[in-house]
Design a binder for this molecule. Structure first.
Ligand code: C2E
Ligand code: MG
Ligand code: MG
Ligand code: MG
Length: 284
């Protein structure tokens, strides 16, 4: 057994760590196969305008349809995929599928206004200019306008900011694709990043919304984030809206959009189509 000589000088390798490493390796291997066989499915979670209570668009959320284990949540494989180039392929697959699906919905439901699609991209893409080629290809294939598409990036990417990543973000914006800062408030964000990357949309992390339980709960932080976003000309989406109290309070704070189980959970494309059919029927 290694002897601890103070912080960081030596590590004890426990059997549990060995199992953990083996498990990650196994998942990484299986992911390779899953990519070849396209064993993924995209779920879509509606994003609601708090003003009109209507569906404004969707967030695409990937799941892995594992042959034996069933549906696997992204939190169980995306971090592993992010250790390799696998994440690039997965994200591109999701992007292509979600854009194709949005094109179909826009055609089928022209009365519902300009439905949009928000797709999560790993910050790894910001080191690969090929993302722009892929985006152009997908927009051309699907005939979607750039303004129908939003890309969500979490705050962690700011650690890796470089000329390349700034260039890529700039090129995304040139295509009228909106930039969305995901999970705001949890990462390493410095306020100056908000300025320097000029995001169009800010998503307040669920952990802040969760604290809003009762009518009289304090919500100064949420208010401050919303006000900041409005001042910087950004739209604000609250994540993880689960209750009516949260919905009402957020609306009163001028938060524009909400997303959460209190509206709809992530659903497969058939269920979203059904939902849109209901919204499409004129109310007489
Ligand atoms: P995220 O982008 O912050 O997505 C929101 C997550 O919150 C989703 O989890 C969603 O199902 C969950 N959620 C939505 N409403 C509620 C609510 O009211 N209460 C609670 N407790 N949770 C809610 P999901 O689908 O498991 O995805 C987890 C994360 O995995 C995502 O967080 C995103 O960071 C990542 N992810 C998902 N799909 C992709 C993808 O295609 N590419 C990449 N790179 N990452 C993805
Ligand atoms: Mg997201
Ligand atoms: Mg998020
Ligand atoms: Mg989140």
């Amino acid at each position: 057994r290694a002897k601890a000589k103070g912080p960081g000088t030596s590590k004890v390798f426990k059997p549990s760590m060995h199992t953990h490493v083996m498990k990650r390796l196994q998942v990484a291997n299986e992911l390779q196969r899953a990519i070849e066989r396209q064993e993924f499915i995209v779920y879509y979670q509606p994003i609601i305008s708090l003003d009109s209570d209507r569906i404004d668009g969707f967030e695409a959320l990937v799941r892995w349809q594992h042959q034996e284990k069933g549906l696997i949540a992204p939190t169980d494989f995306i971090p592993i995929a992010e250790e390799t180039e696998a994440i690039l392929k997965i994200d591109q697959w999701v992007l292509r599928h979600a854009c194709t699906q949005l094109g179909l919905w826009q055609q089928q439901f022209p009365n519902l206004g300009s439905l949009t699609m928000s797709v999560n991209l790993s910050s790894k893409h910001l080191a690969h200019p090929s993302l722009i080629e892929v985006l152009d290809e997908i927009l051309a294939e699907t005939g979607l306008g750039g303004s129908s598409l939003k890309v969500e990036i979490t705050e962690s990417f700011v650690m890796e900011q470089s000329k390349t990543s700034l260039d890529i973000l700039e090129q995304i914006k040139q295509r009228k694709i909106e930039l969305c800062l995901d999970d705001f408030g949890t990462g390493y964000s410095s306020l100056s990043y908000l300025d320097c990357f000029s995001f169009n949309i800010l998503k307040i992390d669920r952990s802040f919304i969760k604290r809003l339980v009762a009518e009289q709960d304090r919500c100064e932080i949420i208010k401050a984030i919303v006000d900041l976003a409005i001042t910087l000309n950004m739209q604000v989406v609250a994540e993880g809206v689960e209750t009516n109290v949260q919905r009402k309070r957020l609306k009163a704070l001028n938060c524009g959009y909400g997303q959460g189980y209190g509206f709809f959970p992530p659903l497969d494309s058939q269920n979203i189509t059904r939902l849109l059919e209901q919204q499409d029927t004129p109310i007489n």
